[in-house]
Design a protein around this ligand. Structure first.
Ligand SMILES: [Mn+2]
Length: 233
């Protein structure tokens, strides 16, 4: 896993160094360890700050000490912020890679008991599904983008397809009911595209083995198009 992350980090760093846009499409969300490391390394060289908009049903802020499942895909965000197993935290030679002040989680609805303590400790911005129900997805993403445009140079979006309701995207490893609906997900990405401020994108957790007639993969591809500026009119 660390070997793959190393390759991914090197490619992401190189793509950014060359002035291009990295679009990372993968399975397991542990891939974010590599993506974020590559972005962080690039930004360090260029003396730029960066933020991560993490769209997910889960917080992915467990450590080896708090995880009930042992899944590394539940740990990449905590590890990127310097919390967790040494092998993950020190990956790519420096830590922390991401400042919690520059991290916003959107769509969260499944958090493990001890993981909640990690969230409290690191204190990133969090909009749960309940917050989205109350405020509306447009207001949530607009607030996050406004804040990030002020405080960072590079905005990275990490989209876990399980943030969306399993009725729309069933092809994920850890589905959780009560997710974003089809239009909420698109409006979220359309608003990011309108902002014109996204510098890298990652789409994670599509699992073709669990998918039903490719619906989740097609949905994810449509979503990438929305994030790149595809419009209804
Ligand atoms: Mn995830």
């Amino acid at each position: 896993m660390l070997k793959t992350s190393q390759t991914l980090a090197e490619i992401v760093e190189k793509v950014l160094d060359d002035g291009n846009f990295p679009l990372c499409i993968g399975g397991d969300h542990s891939m974010a360890l590599g993506t974020i490391a590559g972005i962080a390394a690039h930004c360090r060289k260029e003396k730029k700050s960066f933020g991560v908009i993490w769209i997910d049903a889960h917080a992915d802020m467990n450590t080896h000490l708090t995880t009930p499942s042992g899944n590394i895909h539940g740990m990449p965000l905590a590890a990127s912020m310097g919390l967790g197993h040494k092998a993950l935290v020190d990956f790519y030679g420096f830590s922390p890679k991401l400042n919690p002040e520059n991290c916003a989680l959107i769509g969260i609805r499944s958090v493990d008991e001890e993981e909640k303590q990690n969230i409290k400790k690191l204190n990133p911005t969090v909009y749960t599904m309940s917050d989205i129900d109350k405020l509306g997805i447009h207001r949530v993403i607009t607030k996050v983008l406004k804040q990030f445009r002020k405080q960072v140079d590079h905005i990275h979006v990490s989209f876990d397809v399980d943030s969306v309701d399993p009725l729309i995207a069933p092809g994920v490893g850890t589905p959780v009911k009560g997710g974003l609906d089809y239009r909420e997900a698109h409006l979220l990405m359309e608003t990011i595209a309108e902002c014109g401020c996204m510098s890298s994108l990652e789409v994670a957790e599509i699992n073709p083995v669990l998918d039903i007639r490719n619906t989740s993969a097609i949905f994810a591809a449509e979503l990438v198009a929305s994030s790149m500026g595809q419009r209804i009119l």
